[in-house]
Design a protein around this ligand. Sequence first.
Ligand code: FAD
Ligand code: NAP
Length: 330
Amino acid sequence: MSAQDPAIAQDAPAPAPDHLRVLIVGSGPAGYTAAVYAARAMLKPRLVQGMQPGGQLTITTEVENWPGDASVQGPDLMVRMEAHARAMGAEIVTDTVTRLDLSARPFLAECDSGARMTADAVILATGAQARWLGLPSEQMFQGFGVSACATCDGFFYRGKQVIVVGGGNTAVEEALFLTNFASKVTLVHRRASLRAERIMQDRLFAHPKIDVIWNAEVVEITGDQSPLGVTGAVLRSTTDGTTSTIAADGVFVAIGHTPASELVRDQLDLREGGYVWVHPGSTRTSVPGVFAAGDLTDDVYRQAVTSAGMGCMAALDAEHYLSALDAARA
Ligand code: FAD
Ligand code: NAP
């Protein structure tokens, strides 16, 4: 029989998983910062990037609050963070962790590619994902007029009218960005005040292409079936319940994000909303040796710089944990 015989291949034992000191899951500001610190602590970290290498900042344009840069493009900043982590010696892998077993030591991770690895410590930095309104019509028109990413899809709305739903920084940023393409942008918000930063609100209110509809919820997205496309939205007043319709060619949903905690949902303590619980003032989770950083654990600040700060803390916490583990084993 040749070495390629399928029978032999089937019987061959699966290769032993690589063993790591530290596995970092996620490639946003938290993950890359953890990688820089862990690499400089000579822990030879491996970072698995996930489906969105660079994380949420790769879907935005100008970032004006990253210290040291008065203005930097989000994707450029993340390319620099990746290069920094590599330069310090971190191993960066383009793959997605599909299963984590935190019940045994060492911890076991399985990836989309079939790769398996064990690790003495795990830093979770899987961030957050866009939240949707949950309407059947929203789902029907997703990719055909409904989007959660103006940077990705804004270009398709040159000279057209769009709606942005939400009242946070993301919604205001998306609305402003869309004025580069659209003829008119209508921001629809369910309350009478925005939670976006003051400077962003001032820019929004001053923009001649932007209208704001207060105290209104989108209850249906209307459109054509053939070809599939959006024609507008039905709004319901949150003050008196009356409904109205507005015309639009696109609807951008910008109502926040949900923490990406599915991998560990049944294995770690979570807080309300699915955020990973950590010991106050640290990144230690309910399982010793597992650390969480960034938007995955933070429902308050949710900034690039705070995520990066928590990534730093996670690497330092992991380093202390591993030193204690080594001392106990000696
Ligand atoms: P994220 O950036 O969310 O990255 C999560 C990472 O985890 C991704 O790389 C993803 O691929 C990976 N991942 C997820 N699941 C897996 C898995 N199973 N296996 C492997 N990897 C996985 N903040 C600011 O400070 N300034 C701004 O100007 C600003 N602008 C923003 C604009 C927009 C449109 C958005 C959406 C957010 C903005 N934010 C801004 C917020 C900022 O982007 C986040 O706070 C920050 O990116 C969070 O970093 P993070 O590392 O926790 O996670
Ligand atoms: P966010 O601050 O949580 O705001 C979400 C907005 O969507 C809120 O206004 C909320 O309304 C509204 N909303 C939530 N669910 C809704 C629903 N079902 N229907 C209608 N409206 C709904 O989220 P975000 O704007 O994505 O920002 C996330 C984090 O990233 C924040 O910490 C933000 O500061 C940060 N960020 C920073 C920048 C920047 O610094 N330039 C840019 C983007 C994001 P209510 O107000 O009524 O709750």
